[in-house]
Design a protein around this ligand. Structure first.
Ligand SMILES: [Zn+2]
Length: 275
């Protein structure tokens, strides 16, 4: 049995948004991120990533991209949110299709983790609802119950989502994280700001090499290089502190890759953390 950890970086959709949504501080108009009253020239198309981690202790999927329904009707999946983000899912790109290509069924997934519950991360949930455990952080779950503007609750209707509480730790901007296997190899780190309970993930190999999956703390590597927070935030101060933590983490010599979820410069690839 191999003790390598393999991370498959997958693109499980594309999202078209106003330029001000990924990069808040570049634009002064406070409503720019909504794209309302702005021309198509301001639109950018970004990848929507998910990550499949083949770990000796189990198969872990982080995020789910778009549901296949968006191929027929974006409106049916997103409702009025289509004004802010448009969803595209080319043939073969859904999380279900990509798992199948890698030889897996949804029921093979031991842990499906949702970094947060925004639509571009949770829409594909029902395609992989047969995963053994479906997780998100308690603060994210609570926020999603009350905020009807940023979340679409039908995406998890009837799905058994379990929540975890962050524990006090040395990790993250607020010293809060959750250790999935209890051995420090996969840790979900509280990085709030873009959403209330957003988790980044740190994957650590036996030799101490690390991969940082920054979720939407920043939309691209450029975000932490230039300290540009996302246009959509619930707490700008926390978003800056979370981004600063990613910046510091990404610069560590043992970090082999630090990846933002929506970075146009990141292509699908495989990362192996070996002994
Ligand atoms: Zn996102």
């Amino acid at each position: 049995m191999t003790t390598d950890i393999k991370i498959h970086v997958l693109h499980t959709g594309l999202v078209k948004v106003d330029r001000a949504l990924p990069f808040h501080d570049y634009y002064r108009n406070p409503l720019a991120f909504t794209g309302l009253f702005r021309s198509h020239v301001n639109q950018v198309t970004l990848p929507v990533s998910s990550y499949l981690i083949e770990h000796p202790k189990g198969l872990v999927l982080i995020d789910t991209g778009w549901n296949e329904v968006v191929r027929q009707s974006q409106w049916r999946e997103l409702g009025p949110q289509v004004k802010i983000n448009k969803a595209y899912l080319p043939a073969g790109w859904s999380v279900r299709e990509q798992l199948a290509t890698l030889g897996y069924q949804p029921s093979d997934i031991d842990y499906l983790m949702l970094s947060h519950l925004h639509s571009d991360h949770a829409s594909g949930l029902k395609l992989v609802k047969d995963a053994k455990h479906i997780l998100t952080s308690e603060p994210e779950w609570q926020a999603a119950q009350h905020d009807k503007m940023r979340y679409i609750s039908k995406m998890w209707d009837g799905v058994n989502v379990q929540t975890f509480d962050y524990e006090h730790s040395q990790l993250g901007p607020f010293h809060q994280s959750f250790d999935l296997f209890g051995d420090g190899s996969v840790q979900f780190v509280a990085t709030p700001g873009h959403s209330a309970g957003l988790s980044a993930t740190i994957v650590t190999g036996k030799d101490g090499q690390e991969v940082v999956l920054a979720a939407d703390v920043g939309y691209a590597q450029e975000s932490w290089e230039k300290m540009v927070t996302p246009g959509i935030v619930v707490d700008r101060k926390a978003a800056i502190e979370s981004l600063a933590w990613i910046k510091q983490e990404a610069a560590k010599p043992n970090v082999v890759e630090a990846l933002a979820n929506h970075d146009t410069k990141v292509m699908p690839h495989v990362i192996t953390l070996s002994d």
